[in-house]
Design a binder for this molecule. Structure first.
Ligand SMILES: *Cc1c(COP(=O)(O)O)cnc(C)c1O
Length: 404
């Protein structure tokens, strides 16, 4: 078998270098543990960025995927198969949006929603209603469309010009939102609990302002729930917690539990304006992805996993707040359920590296934020273990606190 060094050397030579990976090679997983090529186990508090929600090596998911691979993997969208309707029915029950378009990632789900919003106006003969309003610190993906509604200049600038007519508003600037949304706005795009932007919930006052702006102008609302949706925050969707009523919702990450799949959830009044041939994909909704999604949705909806996320999420928050009370380097504790961020008074990179060295996987986002997205199956004992490791790492941080 190749060594970690061989593996890294082959990648360095042949793989396009778009990622700065940490120097660890994972080969298998078991529950909330993920094991590297040297046999070392790590407690996984990131889940592959919010994906492996049933943990690793989950017996029912592994069995379902293996069975499906043996029976039939793929048919294309030219024919029916038994599973798309079942997954769509569950997504509709969970979200209240009637229809689903299946794709393969969160980015594609946003791409679909941006198109469906324009199609909605075009079909009704409304020309020029093509603009979008989106929020600073939001993230919706890296394709030209999804990037166009993602504010971060670092991601955008090398690829400009992007699609025109997008206005960004600060999540705390209600007057700015009111000024930005007009009768040329096709849709407002909001990530209800911003993940990449630093685990920042949209403030309730802004949620109310979004609803008012949609009522005032008729603009559609697209909620990006790729990271915060599908049970992650203790509720099925964070838009529900905020009292938003989106017309379109993106999901991804958690949906396949590790098998790539995304979906655009579409309210009936929008779905009615989208016609056969308007949009499509080769792989979207294939049998493998749908089988995996059914296992995840059954665990969430029928097997008590949603309640477990809510309970362990509350426990996790209490532990993090207690940690913050003793570690002044923690400036803020944010998030909901099992989506949590610790904003530090300094760069979070040494914390991520220190945690990895002690066998805990967490992630840094927005420079100063330690982000945690453990599997939904995490136990309170594992939360205790993770928080103890974080405490030890923070204790060893250089005492000086950088100015903000
Ligand atoms: C990860 C993410 C995306 C992009 O999803 P991909 O599956 O990486 O394409 C979009 N929106 C949000 C909120 C995300 O967290």
């Amino acid at each position: 078998m190749s060594t970690a060094t061989d593996i890294q050397a082959t990648e360095a030579r042949y793989v396009l270098q778009t990622y700065k990976r940490l120097p660890v090679v994972f080969v298998r997983g078991d529950g909330r543990r993920i094991i590297d090529i040297e046999g070392r186990a790590y407690l996984d508090f990131l889940s592959g960025i919010g994906v492996s929600v049933l943990g690793h090596g989950h017996p029912a998911l592994a069995r379902a995927v293996a069975e499906q691979a043996a029976a039939l993997l793929h048919t294309s969208n030219l024919y029916f198969h038994p599973l798309q309707g079942k997954v769509a029915e569950r997504l509709s029950a969970l979200s209240g949006l009637q229809r689903t378009f299946f794709c393969n990632s969160g980015t594609e789900a946003m791409e679909a929603c941006l198109k469906f919003a324009r199609r909605y106006w075009f079909t009704q003969g409304v020309r020029g209603r093509t603009h979008y309003v989106a929020f600073e610190h939001g993230f919706s993906g890296r394709s030209m469309g999804a990037l166009s509604v993602t504010a971060n200049p670092h991601y955008r600038e090398p690829f400009e010009p992007l699609i025109p007519g997008v206005t960004f508003v600060s999540p705390t600037d209600v007057a700015g939102l009111d000024a930005a949304v007009s009768s040329s706005t096709a849709a407002i795009v909001v990530e209800p609990l911003q993940g990449e932007g630093g685990v920042r919930p949209i403030p309730p006052a802004m949620a109310a302002a979004i609803e008012r702006a949609c009522t005032r102008t008729g603009a559609l609302l697209i909620a990006d729930e790729v990271q915060c949706g599908l049970g992650r925050t203790g509720a099925p969707f964070y838009f529900q917690t905020l009292g938003l009523t989106p017309d379109l919702v993106t999901v991804g990450k958690a949906l396949g539990g590790g098998v790539p799949v995304g979906a655009a959830l579409v309210a009936e009044h929008v779905a009615a304006q989208v016609l056969p041939g308007d949009h499509g994909t080769t792989y979207g909704g294939n049998l493998l992805a749908m089988r995996a999604a059914l296992v995840v949705l059954e665990a969430l909806m029928d097997q008590g996993l949603q309640a477990h996320v809510a309970e362990t999420g509350t426990y996790f928050e209490a532990k993090l707040r207690a940690l913050a009370a003793t570690r002044p380097v923690i400036a803020d504790v944010r998030g909901a359920g099992l989506m949590r961020g610790l904003e530090l008074t300094r760069d979070a990179a040494p914390v991520v590296e220190g945690a990895l060295a002690r066998g805990l996987i967490v992630n840094r986002t927005a420079e100063r934020v330690v982000r945690m997205l453990p599997p939904y199956t995490v136990t309170t004992a594992e939360i205790d273990e993770a928080v103890a490791i974080l405490d030890a790492v923070l204790a060893g941080l250089p005492a000086e606190v950088e100015s903000r």
